[in-house]
Design a protein around this ligand. Structure first.
Ligand SMILES: [Zn+2]
Ligand SMILES: [Zn+2]
Length: 442
């Protein structure tokens, strides 16, 4: 077919932008912003992130920001690379979004899931404030700093080092030397090489624990885990729930086990997640069905590269899809740029394919993290046992979809494309309304 008239500047020809409106499932959808308005009441402003009245303890001796460490100067520390031509696609995304912002009011946030190969690195930008959650493996600093450069970032306001594994902080160390974050959030001991970088950069290091309230620029961000330090780095990952445009975005590090379960319990109290950064690169041993029933992510992003660990697990991808999430990963989709408007509209950009991920590595039946018998688990098989309206201890199960605003009985036609089981009280607490077609319990 001939080109449709929507073509833009030729430079944006290969741009893969998918605008997804999180709307509708039945009836007149309430705006998602209204759902979460109640818990976004903290005042705006204040570009410095802060920790409000929470169990923040003094930095450990290895992470002290006091300039008492003698840091051996490393003359070969990476100079910040200039953005290169390969960045053209994402630059176009930024320009397009910026133009839209000027017309439609302030964008709430830009989130970049940087393709760092096998590892994690996520940029959060809110106005002039920029934070970085993890920095990928060593060798990924170039990719991270290029992505920051494309956003015009010359200095970081904050970094989060979710845990001390090399696929999260290997690249972060160089980024800290180069972009001198004002503040760092960590949980537990800081690896000496990273601590030295913080010292050199003048970064104030803060220990955070569950319940800490942070600010990412104008956006509220809450620490959901860990409550304490177990010594297992993955379990002790800093988990952050960010609010932007009335929606919720979760960053998980490599959290697993009881700490992931605790995060799920917390998430079940609020509206569904807009986007889940999937824990541990899509490992079979995180992202349980029970967790997903509580988190209810509409989208999921897996940060993963070529690896020998079996990431992302076919079982995990299957669980995510069964829960109604659309899945992307950085191996297939490349660097993923998400713009969140003030009204909560999500605009996605991809440096490679825009096609969702439909399968992972392996057979899909080997995952052990099925979520056991926890409430709300078994999203795909729960239909017969807990048909909508049937009372099960006064707390009937109902069904929601990936994008809808209503909850339904088991047989409702609106469940034809996706369905996740959820307790009625959780559906109501999450702002879902009863479907007008199937008349579920209220
Ligand atoms: Zn890890
Ligand atoms: Zn990892």
């Amino acid at each position: 077919m001939e080109l449709k008239s929507k073509s833009r500047a030729s430079g944006a020809r290969s741009l893969l932008v998918l605008v997804v409106l999180l709307a509708g499932g039945c009836g007149a959808a309430a705006t998602p912003a209204a759902q979460s308005g109640a818990n976004s009441g903290a005042p705006g402003g204040g570009s410095a992130a802060s920790v409000a009245g929470q169990p923040v303890v003094a930095p450990s001796s290895t992470s002290s920001s006091a300039p008492t460490h003698t840091v051996t100067p490393k003359a070969t520390r990476s100079a910040r690379p200039a953005p290169k031509k390969a960045a053209a696609v994402v630059i176009a995304v930024a320009q397009t979004s910026t133009a839209a912002t000027a017309q439609a009011g302030a964008a709430a946030a830009r989130i970049v899931y940087v393709d760092v190969g096998q590892g994690d690195a996520e940029i959060v930008k809110s106005g002039s404030w920029t934070g970085l959650i993890d920095g990928g493996p060593s060798g990924a600093a170039y990719a991270v700093e290029s992505a920051l450069g494309r956003l015009g970032v010359k200095r970081l306001d904050a970094v989060v080092a979710t845990h001390m594994h090399a696929d999260h902080i290997g690249g972060l160390i160089s980024v800290v030397y180069d972009l001198r974050p004002r503040r760092a959030y960590v949980a537990g001991p800081v690896k000496s090489t990273l601590a030295a970088a913080f010292t050199r950069a003048g970064t104030v290091v803060q220990q955070v624990r569950r319940g800490a309230s942070l600010r990412f620029g104008a956006l509220p961000a809450k620490v959901l885990s860990p409550a304490g330090i177990s010594g297992d780095p993955n379990s002790d990952s800093v988990v952050i729930l960010l609010q932007a445009g009335g929606k919720r975005f979760l960053f998980t590090g490599d959290v697993t086990g009881p700490n992931e379960a605790a995060v799920g319990v917390e998430l079940a109290r609020g509206p569904p997640l807009a986007v889940l950064k999937v824990a541990h690169h899509g490992s079979a041993y995180s992202t349980t069905a029970a967790f997903l029933a509580q988190a209810r992510p509409r989208f999921a992003v897996i940060e993963v590269g070529h690896n020998s660990y079996g990431h992302p697990s076919a079982a995990t991808v299957a669980r995510l899809r069964a829960a109604g999430a659309r899945v992307y990963d950085t191996l297939k989709n490349g660097t993923i740029t998400l713009s969140v408007s003030a009204s909560g509209t999500l605009a996605w950009g991809f440096s490679r394919s825009s096609a969702p991920v439909t399968s992972g590595v392996g057979s899909g039946s080997g995952g052990s993290a099925s979520g056991g018998a926890s409430s709300g688990g078994g999203s795909a098989s729960a239909g017969a046992a807990v048909a909508g309206g049937a009372s099960s201890g006064g707390n009937p199960m109902v069904y929601i979809t990936a994008t809808g605003e209503c909850y339904h009985r088991s047989g409702c036609r609106y469940l034809s494309t996706s369905r996740s089981a959820i307790k009625l009280k959780d559906a109501k607490a999450g702002g879902y309304r009863p479907c007008g077609v199937c008349d579920p319990p209220q």
